[in-house]
Design a protein around this ligand. Structure first.
Ligand code: NIG
Ligand code: FE
Length: 391
């Protein structure tokens, strides 16, 4: 047993509040779990003691929505948008996701792993201990599998993989329904290889219809796999309500979410994953309905949505700040969003709070209170990141 003592703990225990313990300690077992959390003065004996010297201690960050594995970049489209093209214009002209698909198909597994490793390391340097990675830039059986295998090879962080075959229509298909048949047909083999923790889709007028998404969800359901959805990002398609009917872990983006969608999510217990990086980069003006989500008791998570097009950020700390400044989340909501609620969006109940029995995933920061990290931006005060008890 190892005791970390003398820290300012923000445990986020319970349903609300920071759960502050001014001079606090954590007892970590060889099993990588927290065995005890409380005031240093009451700490049980341990084989090894680490002094925290007043460092701020929070749960490790959970980045529950990323597209981390891909080839190439899309800085050229960033430039095109500054010359007046919209994200949707570029997508309809065959750019956007499809241009990343071409670059990803052309990349070897080793190349994809090397670039994804560098990106994962950047996230880890800002405190990420759990990371979700989606496929969706292969759009053929072989490349989708390659992306998911690469994600599973990332080290130093706990990775969850999500199959996003229904991300865009690949160039070799002209019929979206025929492509959805293929997406459903590829899933059992990917699942049998142990590559899929959840199934996602992009429900949008530039992507797939609710009826097409429903077919993907039925295929997931036949294998007992959980679902989530890119929903209501650019228009209201009723995607969130559909996902909720399938017991979705989360619905993500949600700028155009309706009150019917909110009610459906509340009933299903789905998490609302808000993605301020994409909102910012696409200069969206329609805000997600944060107050209505609060009123309905829908848990709110935030994530980087790292991808080369709509959210090329590798800074979860910047997302904390943007969630507050752009979406008016309170600092505590933003913190819960990137810890305990992020974990819940992945179906994980064993992390996200500094509570006995949870995984010993935590961060040490140079600061006195977690709201300081939400208030500042472009600054990384991480001292140390501890994943499952080891650093
Ligand atoms: O979450 N909305 C769809 N998918 C990604 C963007 C993917 C891309 O532009 O490459 C997102 O924003
Ligand atoms: Fe996304």
């Amino acid at each position: 047993m190892k005791l970390w003592r003398g820290g300012r703990l923000a445990t986020l225990a319970g349903e609300r509040g920071w759960g502050l313990i001014d001079d606090g300690a954590l007892l970590v077992g060889d099993d990588g779990l927290l065995h005890w959390v409380g005031p240093s003065a009451e700490a049980p004996p341990a084989d090894e003691v680490v002094e925290l010297h007043g460092a701020l201690v929070t749960p490790g960050l959970v980045d529950c929505h990323t597209h981390l594995v891909y080839g190439g970049n899309r800085a050229q489209e960033f430039e095109q948008r500054l010359h007046g093209a919209s994200y949707a214009d570029i997508a309809r002209a065959g750019g956007g996701i499809r241009s990343t698909v071409a670059a990803t198909r052309a990349a070897s597994e080793a190349e994809l792993l090397a670039s994804a490793t560098r990106r994962a390391q950047a996230l880890m340097r800002e405190g990420v201990t759990t990371l979700e990675v989606k496929s969706g830039y292969g759009l053929d059986a072989g490349t989708e599998a390659r992306m998911l295998r690469v994600a599973r090879q990332l080290r130093g962080v706990d990775v969850r993989t999500t199959y996003l075959g229904a991300h865009a229509l690949p160039p070799e298909f002209s019929d979206a329904d025929a492509y959805i048949d293929a997406v459903c047909a590829w899933l059992p083999a990917l699942h049998a290889e142990g590559l899929v923790d959840a199934v996602d889709a992009f429900c949008e007028n530039i992507a797939f219809s609710p009826a097409q998404v429903a077919r993907v969800f039925e295929a997931a359901g036949r294998l007992g796999l959980a679902v989530k959805l890119h929903a209501e990002q650019l228009s209201d398609q009723g995607g969130a309500a559909l996902a909720a009917r399938h017991g979705a872990l989360s619905c993500d983006h949600l700028e155009f979410l309706s009150s019917a969608g909110i009610q459906a999510m509340a009933q299903a217990g789905s998490v609302a994953v808000l993605l301020p990086g994409a909102f910012y980069a696409l200069r969206e003006t329609r805000l997600p309905p944060v107050q209505a989500l609060r009123d309905a008791g829908v848990p709110i998570a935030i994530a980087t949505d790292h991808n080369p097009g709509s959210s090329p950020t590798l800074s979860p700390l910047l997302m904390l700040n943007m969630a507050c400044v752009l979406f008016r989340l309170t600092p505590e909501e933003a913190w819960r969003g990137i810890t305990v609620h992020g974990a819940r969006a992945l179906g994980l109940r064993d992390r996200g709070q500094l509570v006995a029995g949870q995984r010993a995933d935590f961060c040490l920061w140079d600061g006195a209170h977690p709201r300081e990290l939400a208030a500042c931006f472009g600054h990384n005060p991480l001292i140390e990141r501890v994943c499952q008890g080891g650093t």
